[in-house]
Design a protein around this ligand. Structure first.
Ligand code: F6R
Length: 266
């Protein structure tokens, strides 16, 4: 199987290229009279992407009225209005700035009782199937190699579930929460199996602190020590990198004349 690693001059340029792909998908689906089903991530990696999608909406009239979205994950113990919830993040950076219909937005709930979680996770999976499956899943990568919040050890076939967050992941979130002690210990995440059912996947990683895990995930063996490495087996995965995040990947790469970025198939 092939993972296409594309190395762009900057995260902004890469994000603009991805925004254009999403625009084309939305238009294609609209012509077919269908919804475009997007799988969405939070965190720093998609910030430029969301900024560009909002710009396309405001300045170029791109409508999200036929978009259905499913977010990857949510921290447990936070209600949707909590300032650090992923729901709040999405409202601030994307949903509140575009014309997506509220009923088409799905972000896992973080405020469920223990008895509610199992049925809720199954219903989340069913909603994805009912929407026709995810056309394009956007991912970041954690320094543990997680995708969504599927930490090392998560099986390739895992489904949407309650998971325990790795110490490195919690440490990386500590500044946002004003201290490690405030970072939730658990989250609900789409499983690796759920993510891998998406028709197309784009993973974004920027900056030198992602270089080591990017090389492990895409130059190393497929292993449950690095859940992102499962993407090697998918068949339609693109990895969008800036030069710093790509700096530990093995050469060679070729310059893509059309996008002016370096492309390496792995
Ligand atoms: C977020 C998510 C995570 C992040 C990853 C990278 O919804 O599922 O897997 O994509 O932790 O985070 P950033 O982009 O902040 O480096």
């Amino acid at each position: 199987m092939v993972v296409k690693c594309q190395i762009f001059p900057s995260a902004e340029i890469a994000s603009k290229a991805l925004a254009l792909e999403i625009k084309a998908l939305i238009h294609r689906r609209a012509v077919e009279g269908k919804a475009a089903v997007l799988g969405l991530a939070t965190g720093r990696s998609p910030l430029f992407l969301y900024e560009e999608l909002v710009r396309l909406h405001r300045e170029e009239g791109l409508s999200f009225a036929n978009v259905v979205s499913f977010n990857l994950d949510e921290y447990c113990g936070l209600d949707p209005e909590h300032p650090r919830s992923y729901r709040t993040f999405m409202d601030e950076h994307l949903f509140g700035c575009i014309d997506i219909l509220p009923e088409n937005i799905h972000v896992p709930a973080g405020d469920l009782s223990p008895e509610e979680i199992g049925p809720y996770c199954r219903a989340y999976e069913e909603a994805i199937v009912k929407a026709g499956g995810i056309d394009l899943q956007i991912l970041g990568i954690g320094r543990t190699g997680h995708i969504g919040f599927n930490e090392p050890g998560a099986g390739r076939a895992s489904r949407t579930a309650l998971v325990h967050l790795d110490d490195i992941t919690r440490a990386d979130a500590a500044a946002d929460f004003g201290g490690l002690e405030h970072v939730p210990s658990h989250a609900i995440t789409m499983g690796c199996g759920t993510i891998l059912e998406s028709r197309k996947i784009v993973l974004m990683a920027w900056g030198a602190n992602k270089a080591e895990i990017v090389a492990k995930a895409f130059d190393g063996p497929v292993s449950d020590d690095v859940p992102a490495s499962y993407l090697q087996e998918h068949g339609d995965v693109s990895v969008y990198l800036d030069q710093a995040a790509a700096s530990e990947l093995a050469a060679p790469v070729a310059v893509d004349q059309k996008t002016a970025c370096f492309t390496g198939l792995r």
